[in-house]
Design a binder for this molecule. Structure first.
Ligand SMILES: Nc1ncnc2c1ncn2[C@@H]1O[C@H](COP(=O)(O)OP(=O)(O)OP(=O)(O)O)[C@@H](O)[C@H]1O
Ligand SMILES: [Mg+2]
Length: 355
């Protein structure tokens, strides 16, 4: 599976940078995020807490808090750079062509309106439906997301629903206008495992039926393995590795990705034990000058500690931000990463992986 190839790219994020002004200085929450989303496919965004996953998606939709500002980059959607659109044009796009399931469903459902009123509002606003048609469609949507007795539930207020149902309502709302792109930020983390599986199945089913493209943000690599075609790994505000799902799981390149694969629970393989990556994510106020992972990286050299690597693309369209994979790399010929020998030759490295 190649990312370049002939696939139709529906969204391309290029070198995105988002800064928050705070009392203690600027926070570069997103600082060099690039990825491509092929039409009809799912891209997963993974990375530790605070790595900038939510802010990346909120930047794409331009829904940042008032102290936040996009200071660089481009977000191409159907040939237009979204960052150049007016707020009015963006408003038409949000919820209509690009819609989002937020990380915290309670904060995005309005407690004083019934779920039917909220779904109907989106339909009346974006699809010019009459109140009556919008109400009928709301019941259909609740049914579509698997809510029992949708004709009764449509009249419920958010507090009358369980967490799993609220999440389904959020999904129903985000799908109300048949979006081209669905951005789902940890849509299932707060739910129990069975409901999680049902919701993932539902998103997949709708994707097949509607040809939607999905950006899926999650901590759970097992979920990534089951749902995504491509994965962008984020670290400290940057995309550090981007590849198709097979390559990511079978030939991860970055020491960080390898660490992440070993430290997070996966349901796709048997794991003897989880090994957390040593050390912590750098504070946004004290970013390392070189590679941001270098203070925690078992393979880091002086080059890594002093100069920031760029995101390089290989012949398959996969990307890595790591000195090991460049001609400049003069580190050990054999590098031991997390207890396994990976051969790293000067002038371009190869990873040798366990079966
Ligand atoms: N309004 C804000 N003001 C200042 N800093 C912010 C603001 N919003 C987010 N940040 C900072 O931006 C960085 C990225 O945050 P983000 O929410 O994108 O992380 P995340 O990868 O989604 O984490 P999680 O997995 O915990 O959801 C963090 O350091 C966070 O503290
Ligand atoms: Mg988040």
């Amino acid at each position: 599976m190649s990312i370049q190839g002939t696939e139709d790219i529906i969204l391309e994020v290029k070198n995105l940078q988002t800064i928050f002004k705070t009392d203690t200085g600027d926070v570069r929450a997103v600082d060099g995020v690039s990825f491509k989303l092929p039409k009809g496919k799912t891209i997963g965004i993974v990375g530790e807490s605070g790595s900038g996953k939510s802010i990346t998606s909120l930047s794409i939709l331009q829904l940042l808090a008032s102290n936040g500002k996009i200071t660089n980059g481009e977000v191409f959607y159907k040939g237009d750079d979204l960052l150049k659109l007016t707020e009015n044009q963006m408003r038409k796009l949000r919820g209509n062509e690009i819609s989002m399931i937020f990380q915290e469903p309670m904060t995005s459902l309005n407690p004083v309106y019934t779920v039917g009123q909220q779904i109907s509002e989106a339909l009346m606003l974006h699809q010019n439906m009459s109140k009556k048609d919008a109400f009928i469609r709301s019941v259909e949507l609740l049914q579509l997301v698997g809510i029992p007795s949708p004709d009764k539930r449509v009249k419920n207020y958010p507090f009358e629903l369980s967490g799993g149902m609220r999440q389904r309502v959020m999904i129903a709302m985000s799908l109300a206008c048949d979006p081209e792109i669905l951005v789902a930020d940890e849509p299932t983390t707060a739910l129990d495992v069975t409901i999680q599986a049902q919701i993932l199945e539902l998103i997949k089913e709708l994707q097949d039926r509607l040809g939607m493209s999905v950006i899926f943000i999650t901590h759970d690599l097992g979920v990534v393995a089951e749902t995504c075609d491509y994965v962008a790994v984020m670290y400290a505000g940057q995309v550090v590795e981007y590849s198709d799902i097979r390559t990511l799981f079978h030939q991860p390149k970055l020491p960080y990705t390898i660490g992440l694969l070993k430290s997070l629970p996966r349901h796709d393989i048997e794991q003897d034990k989880l090994e957390p990556i040593k050390g912590n994510v750098p504070s946004p106020h004290e970013m390392p000058v070189g590679c941001r992972f270098s203070p925690r990286c078992p393979a880091a050299t002086d080059l890594c500690r002093t100069k920031m690597p760029q995101l390089e693309t290989d012949e398959n369209g996969n990307q890595v931000r790591c000195w090991i994979y460049t001609d400049e790399w003069t580190g050990e010929a054999e590098v031991d990463i997390y207890g396994e020998t990976r051969i790293a030759k000067s002038g371009g490295a190869k990873t040798v992986l366990p079966d």
